[in-house]
Write a protein of this length. Structure first.
Length: 390
């Protein structure tokens, strides 16, 4: 048996970052920026008023001071002239600050009669001017790789970047295998269950930037499996689920080998999750996951997510961990790395009482996979422990 890290190193050797494509900014949220975006303008492009009020010279601006209003500056319509001592310009939020003005007095601090204004005693601090380039400047770099958030999209739009270069979405083909499986919504026979793994994995992978295709269920026959593999041929990653053990009906390894998959089959020292199979299927990477519903999802978090990130141009490393304080005492771990279904609330982690790897209801109840290293000693409530957020 090999460790989780050794398994991951092997899986990373099967993939390379995908090529990139250009998409309109409106479709960029959630995509991975593949090339640095460089600002070609300053924001704001001019010193701008931050408030509605009157633009004046700051020197002499005090309660009782009086000014003649000589014009107006609004957003999109600046004031062309210069402003001298004793003069003011009516100014609105977002308007360019006229020459000579270095302070905006908010309108609440002014009384006005015709074109004459007087500063009131309430005069508060200033200058209520956003300096040129305060947000970003020409040449500022927005670095790749990076998953574009809604805030990032807003920033790129402000930079006048209408199209961005992003990684192509990895195309992942998901194949359920088993005579006992039917699709959700179908009427299962008495010996049948619903193929849940492909749906869970599709959701997981798509939440992290892939396009996942659920292929028709492969039956436990060579022809059926071969047909499913054929449909997956142009994918970037082919994931099979089930049929990867050593039972009489576990044909995935044999069929994959016949189709030219250079196979590494191994058991991984983890719970739940062993066995795992991997290889190269034409240009695609191929991973065979265990069929147990919870095992398949845990392997999705532990193996497929980091593979997906590497395909999207991020560093090939384990999924990032967080730590939380154990809420209860727990016993020693065995020789395998254990991913325990757990709940994290307010920085405290509580493992679920039932850890059977067939229980999807427990997985759905959990929001974390608590990581127990191999041979981890017993832990006390209050100890800090690592987990993967789900
Ligand atoms: P296998 O690895 O094919 O022996 O499957 C192990 C267990 O997982 C069996 O109980 C299967 O019925 C179940 N299983 C396999 N594939 C799926 C799937 N796609 N969805 C739900 N359960 C599955
Ligand atoms: Mg099976």
């Amino acid at each position: 048996m090999i460790s989780v890290d050794e398994a991951l190193a092997h899986l990373f050797s099967l993939i390379t970052p995908l090529d990139s494509e250009v998409v309109p900014l409106g479709l960029a949220s959630g995509r991975v920026l593949a090339a640095d975006a460089i600002a070609t303008r300053d924001q704001p492009p001019f010193a701008a008023s931050a408030m509605d009020g009157y633009g004046v010279l700051s020197q002499g601006a005090a309660p009782g001071a009086q000014y003649d209003v000589i014009g107006e500056a609004a957003a999109g319509h600046g004031f062309d002239g210069a402003v001298g001592p004793g003069q003011a310009v009516r100014i609105f939020t977002g308007a360019p600050v006229p020459a000579g003005v270095d302070r905006v007095i908010i309108q609440e601090d002014i009384t006005r009669h015709k074109d004459r204004i007087t500063v009131m005693d309430s005069l508060a601090g200033g200058p209520h001017i956003r300096p040129l380039g305060a947000d970003f400047k020409v040449g500022d770099t927005f670095g790749a790789p990076r998953v574009l958030s809604p805030s990032d999209v807003a920033l790129l739009a402000a930079m006048n970047i209408a199209q961005v270069t992003v990684r192509r979405k990895p195309d992942i083909a998901l194949i359920s295998t088993g005579d006992e499986l039917v699709m959700p919504g179908e009427a299962p026979g008495p010996d049948q269950i619903i193929a849940s793994n492909t749906f869970g994995l599709k959701a997981l992978l798509e939440a992290h930037g892939a396009r996942a295709r659920i292929l028709p269920i492969a039956r436990d026959t060579r022809t059926s499996l071969e047909a499913a593999f054929e449909l997956a041929r142009n994918a970037d990653l082919v994931v099979t689920i089930g049929g990867a053990s050593v039972g009489d009906h576990d044909l995935v390894g044999d069929v994959a080998a016949d189709l030219g998959v250079k196979r590494a089959f191994y058991k991984v020292k983890m719970r739940p999750g062993k066995p795992l199979m991997a290889g190269q299927f034409g240009d695609a990477a191929m991973v065979g996951l265990p069929g147990n519903p919870v095992s398949a999802m845990v392997c999705g978090h532990v193996f497929l997510r980091p593979m997906l990130r590497a395909m999207l141009g991020f560093e090939a490393v384990r999924s990032s961990r967080r730590t939380a304080r154990l809420a209860i005492d727990i016993g020693a771990n065995g020789p395998r790395e254990h991913y325990m279904r757990a709940q994290v609330t307010h920085g405290e982690i509580t493992p679920e009482p039932r850890q059977d790897s067939a229980l999807l209801s427990v997985l759905a109840d959990a929001n974390a996979l608590m990581i127990r290293p191999p041979d981890d000693a017993a832990r006390k409530a209050g100890d800090m422990i690592d987990y993967l957020a789900m």
